[in-house]
Ligand binder design. Structure first.
Ligand code: ZN
Ligand code: ZN
Length: 614
């Protein structure tokens, strides 16, 4: 009778402890434990294990440890629960000590300690333990594979990851959605999107985690087109996306300046009721700004009910990048008034704005206020903004002194900004010094060689142009082929220089020839006959039509009059394309937004937002 009564009480205690775990209520758990002690109830192994579990999950591992130590008899779960408790509370070393002391381990023990190592950044240790686990012939579970694949992903060890994948197949986990998604994630994070996709396609069933693993894989590896394609498939498969799916998709739209697609995604986000989510709406502000559509960005921004530092920064940076310096600084001042704390990104926006508007004094003031008033650490990017600010305004000596007095080793972006400024202001002396640093830092990057060559060519130092060419050959510097993208009717079209492969190539070339003919009447001289003479036709400037010209002509032919044109280019836009684009924007009355690798160019009525400085 008493026995069965004891059992009943035990089951009540079990239920009560379970409730404490669900509600994460340590105080209630302690009351129940105290009740057990006060009434002289002798808890058996099972109930003691529940107590350990409760204390671990309610984040009081010290109490869990006390229960464990007082137990006269323990089973494998007692040990496992305390190990899990240590892991959960971040005491990975205690977990390991306990693990090593265990008289008998089962799969759960191994999984707990391996997961612990992975979660707390000891991925190598996790892999070593997995080897030991296999050595002792303990059968791994889907959880083992989940942790160990995650460890491979963090360490970027794709070959080891591949072996683990093979193991998973051997143990029959290939078709199991949790493991298969982890495999997809591992390959994606190791930059093997092809392998990831193969696994993804083989999966008999997929959940949101699987889709997100593949979509974020594409997006993080810069495969923006694939990201959007897969998102469409996800839509067709009627899988409901979440905010991290949207974040990837929006960033892909932003990369491609695919505004129309971005707007569709926006509608879709509204349909799911996620437009008030601060992450999603900040991403929307960002994408509209990156597509050069600051008005849309501002609309989303104004509608936001809560704004985080990220939201404000996106808007500030968006205005700055699109040449709207005054608006950018206005928003920044408003941000300060609302009491939102700015961060490093915010100041990149502010400094960029100052640089665009030539606000030297303001730029200096904001730069100094970062550490003084806002306690924000300055990093290289902020220094690069300042170099840009001085350089753009023609204060080249000051820029050089500033670089030489920096607390960090200046990087290629900083010298690149100075070299660019020297080119614009025709200062060969400082330009040569900047270029020499760049040749040392990035000997295989074609950009500086080409910029300096241009500067020599402009001063007719043909010997030096030849010297640069020789240097490039010796160092086997290859220029990344130029490529431009534009979105027409929800499809992104890409072009290479002198591309003949497009089905509309004929019409595109006719359009360009017509426009350039008009320009020549007005006195335009194609640069291929002047500045670039003495060149050996090896580099991009030998091309008659750079990719952005082709993309612009294509967009002109395929969009209704008056529609703004958006182009993305993977390199810096050259002088000639810049001149031609300004002309086109005026002649055909179109707004052309060209985002090159270093900045935005907003062409309108024959002018560019960059003020011919980039
Ligand atoms: Zn060009
Ligand atoms: Zn420009």
């Amino acid at each position: 009778m008493e026995d069965s009564n004891g059992k009943t009480i035990a089951s009540i205690y079990t239920q009560l402890l379970q409730d404490c775990i669900s509600s994460k209520s340590l105080s209630k758990g302690k009351i129940i434990h105290a009740h057990m002690i006060r009434t002289g109830f002798r808890a058996g192994i099972f109930l003691n294990n529940r107590l350990i579990d409760m204390y671990s999950k309610c984040m009081s591992v010290v109490d869990a440890q006390l229960v464990f130590e007082k137990m006269n008899f323990r089973d494998v779960s007692s040990w496992n629960n305390l190990i899990a408790g240590y892991v959960k509370n971040g005491s990975i070393e205690d977990a390991r000590q306990l693990f090593d002391k265990m008289p008998e381990k089962d799969g759960v023990s191994w999984n707990a300690i391996i997961a612990g190592y992975t979660q707390h950044g000891y991925e190598k240790e996790a892999l070593t333990l997995f080897g030991k686990m296999r050595g002792e012939s303990v059968k791994p579970s889907e959880f083992t594979f989940g942790s160990i694949l995650q460890a491979c992903a963090s360490l970027q060890v794709v070959e080891q990851g591949r072996q683990i994948h093979t193991h998973a197949v051997k143990f029959g986990f290939q078709g199991e959605v949790f493991t298969a998604s982890s495999v997809v994630d591992m390959y994606s994070k190791c930059k093997r999107t092809g392998d990831a996709r193969q696994m993804f396609d083989k999966m008999p069933e997929r959940n949101l985690v699987s889709w997100n693993a593949m979509i974020s894989g594409y997006s993080q590896n810069g495969c923006s087109g694939e990201t959007l394609k897969l998102f469409r498939q996800m839509y067709c498969a009627e899988m409901k996306p979440d905010r991290s799916t949207f974040a990837c998709v929006l960033s892909a739209c932003a990369c491609l300046s695919a505004l129309e697609l971005g707007k569709q995604v926006h509608d879709y986000i509204c349909k799911f009721g996620l437009e008030n989510n601060v992450f999603v709406s900040s991403a929307l502000v960002d994408i509209y700004a990156k597509c050069g559509s600051v008005e849309d960005a501002r609309q989303v921004f104004d509608k936001m009910t809560t704004r985080s530092t990220v939201s404000w920064s996106s808007m500030i940076l968006g205005y700055a990048q699109n040449g709207r310096a005054k608006d950018s600084i206005q928003i920044f001042e408003k941000m300060l008034r609302t009491g939102t704390k700015p961060d490093q990104v915010t100041f990149i926006g502010v400094l960029t704005a100052c640089s665009h508007a030539g606000l030297i004094e303001e730029g200096r003031y904001y730069f100094n206020s970062m550490s003084k008033d806002h306690n924000i650490a300055l990093d290289l990017e902020h220094y690069a903004c300042m170099v840009d600010l001085f350089g753009r305004a023609g204060y080249l000596d000051e820029a050089e002194v500033f670089i030489n007095n920096m607390p960090f080793e200046p990087d290629a972006a900083i010298w690149g900004a100075l070299l660019g400024a020297c080119r614009i202001h025709g200062n060969l002396k400082i330009g040569e010094r900047a270029a020499n640093y760049l040749f040392e830092l990035e000997p295989r990057n074609a950009g500086p060689y080409i910029l300096l060559s241009h500067m020599y060519a402009e001063t007719e130092c043909w010997d030096n142009v030849a010297k640069m060419r020789k240097l490039m050959k010796e160092r086997r510097v290859k220029k990344e082929p130029g490529c431009s993208w534009t979105e027409v009717q929800n499809r992104v079209h890409s072009f290479m220089a002198d591309d003949l492969s497009h089905p509309q190539a004929n019409e595109i070339y006719q359009t360009l020839e017509r426009l350039i003919g008009q320009m020549e009447v007005l006195g335009y001289v194609s640069p291929k006959n002047t500045v670039l003479k003495g060149d050996d036709n090896e580099h991009e400037w030998k091309h008659i039509y750079h990719s952005e010209k082709l993309a612009i002509a294509f967009a002109l032919k395929n969009t209704p009059p008056g529609t703004p044109i958006r182009i993305v280019k993977n390199l810096r836009v050259c002088d000639d394309c810049h001149i031609v684009t300004k002309f086109i924007s005026q002649t055909v009355g179109r707004e052309i937004v060209l985002r090159d690798v270093s900045r935005f160019h907003h062409f309108k009525n024959g002018m560019c937002s960059c003020g011919d400085y980039w």
